[in-house]
Design a binder for this molecule. Structure first.
Ligand SMILES: *[C@@H]1O[C@H](CO)[C@@H](O)[C@H](O)[C@H]1NC(C)=O
Length: 366
């Protein structure tokens, strides 16, 4: 699929080269923004998808009201009332909002592309119940398509140099649990125990990130898994609406493996920089100290049906809660914009309790 047209790709590349050579003022005029990096490329699932599933035959879509009720432009496919975490990070990096791969072309690719897809996982088979979704392997292939378009117009050296300065944000794994391991119609749970499954995911994850490295990526931001046992969908499965300690425990080996994987990647791949965003610790802090963050409702979705508003997730044209800033969860599975903004800020300039060994701001400045 041809996504780029010649005149705009030329403009794109000229600016990219200027940026990669440190002439950052080439861009900062018009909007008053100051871009810290040339571009951000984003891979992940519904926590950061911004519309890639809109035209797929998929049950995993959010391009309808009231999704986007607080977003300038309304519903886009974001699974939030407004910003996702990567929207906030893009803003802090001085970038515009990064467009979805499915919708981006020409100059819109200037600052990066978002390949994330709701229901997608590290494993290709994950999320099958939703039919259409773009697994991580295919997301990387889509990035390769973007690069192939660019490579037709730009020498390999210039491209490689520009890529080393770009941020690669990756947030995968939630669906490999929620929409694979924990799904009764998958055999996974009978084949692997918790640790074996985490090991399987990490093996694939290592190969996938190495593939991105071989394509030229150097600055990686990996988001770990949150406290999945406390999302409204899981709360609703408990008679007393309690967090599932079983689910919370289940995902811990994956987070632990991811940290080891980061050490391994850093030891084995010259020039790579990988940082870990500890979403688990961020979320624990927000749940524990919710009042100090201005939240009052922590155990049900702002939009959804049934127990904890989590038995059926937010339906088209359903009326959401009015006080969305006071809710931690927007729907049965996803946080509100208010939480996404807090997490994006912490990932950007937080201390080592939430992002390490350095934060995104420091990574961008390397
Ligand atoms: C890290 O590397 C060690 C040594 O090669 C290996 O045994 C281990 O499985 C790796 N762990 C992860 C999570 O990548």
């Amino acid at each position: 699929m041809t996504k780029l047209r010649s005149p705009s790709i030329f403009a794109l590349l000229t600016m990219w080269i200027a940026l990669s050579q440190g002439q950052e003022d080439a861009f900062s005029g018009e909007s008053g923004r100051r871009e810290m990096v040339p571009a951000m490329f984003i891979f992940g699932d519904s926590l950061i998808d911004n519309g890639n599933n809109n035209d797929l035959p998929s049950f995993a879509k959010a391009n309808y009201y009231p999704y986007g009720i607080d977003f300038n432009g309304g519903p886009t496919g974001r699974f939030s009332n407004g910003y996702t975490m990567v929207d906030q990070i893009a803003e802090l990096l001085g970038l515009p909002l990064i467009p979805a791969y499915s919708e981006a072309s020409g100059d819109q690719l200037l600052h990066g592309v978002n390949y994330a897809s709701a229901a997608a996982g590290i494993l290709d088979i994950t999320g099958r119940n939703f039919v259409g979704r773009i697994p991580f392997n295919q997301q990387i292939s889509n990035f390769e398509s973007t690069l192939n378009e660019i490579r037709n117009n730009l020498g390999p050296t210039e491209l490689a140099q520009a890529l080393t300065r770009c941020i690669f944000f990756v947030g995968m794994g939630s669906n490999d649990y929620l929409n694979n391991y924990l799904m009764p119609n998958y055999p996974t749970r009978n084949q692997f125990d918790d640790q074996q499954y985490a090991d399987l995911l990490t093996q694939h994850y290592t190969q996938q990130l190495t593939r991105l490295y071989n394509l030229g990526a150097r600055k990686f931001v990996l988001a770990g898994l949150g406290i999945m046992g406390c999302i409204p969908s899981i709360l609703a499965q408990s008679a007393i609406g309690a967090c599932s300690q079983e689910v919370n425990q289940l995902v811990l080996p994956f987070n632990a493996n991811t940290k080891t994987m980061i050490n391994n990647l850093s030891a084995n791949l010259p020039g790579i920089h990988v940082i870990y965003v500890d979403v688990h610790n961020m979320f624990q802090d927000i749940l524990t100290n919710y009042r100090s963050y201005g939240f009052s409702v922590i155990n049900r979705g702002c939009c959804g049906i049934g127990r904890n508003s989590g038995q059926i997730t937010c339906l088209p044209f359903q009326t959401p809660c009015p006080n969305r800033d006071q809710y931690i969860f927007w729907d049965a599975f996803h946080p509100t914009e208010a939480v996404n903004i807090i997490m994006g800020r912490k990932a950007f300039n937080g201390d080592q309790t939430v992002v390490y060994p350095i934060n995104i701001q420091q990574l961008a400045n390397l």
